[in-house]
Design a protein around this ligand. Structure first.
Ligand code: HEC
Length: 94
């Protein structure tokens, strides 16, 4: 069964972060060991995704752009939260 979070992840995030969330070279970093996803309140991760990471953002670590809401402004906070929960559930703790 595909959960809501998994379905939305595949639709909205997998192109850059990988079907397995382990990242895609030159598109997006791995999310299975991401501190943004794994640490602190899930709501903070939702806010991060909502904002995205511009090229000139001092927090940018890759020199690549993460569009606000992953380019899906239509997704609700509840839907982004479902994606965060999905990613937390598949976290790989190093
Ligand atoms: C167009 C490509 C693209 C899409 C689509 C995209 N991202 Fe990203 N994402 C990136 C890039 C590039 C970064 C790294 C930005 C930087 O350098 O800090 C990033 C970073 C992140 C981070 C921070 C990772 C870390 O620990 O530094 C999270 C969390 C994240 N994305 C979640 C998502 C989610 C959830 C979605 C789907 C709703 C999504 N992204 C869609 C490109 C994308």
């Amino acid at each position: 069964m595909v959960t809501q979070g998994e379905g939305l992840y595949r639709e909205a995030c997998a192109a850059c972060h990988g079907q397995d969330a382990r990242g895609v070279a030159n598109l997006g970093p791995s999310l299975v060991d991401s501190a943004v996803i794994l640490e602190g309140e899930a709501q903070a991760a939702v806010a991060f995704i909502r904002k995205g990471v511009a090229l000139d953002d001092p927090a940018n670590t890759t020199g690549l752009v993460m569009p606000p809401s992953g380019g899906r402004p239509d997704l609700s906070d509840q839907q982004l939260l479902a994606i965060v929960e999905y990613l937390r559930a598949r976290a790989v703790v190093p």
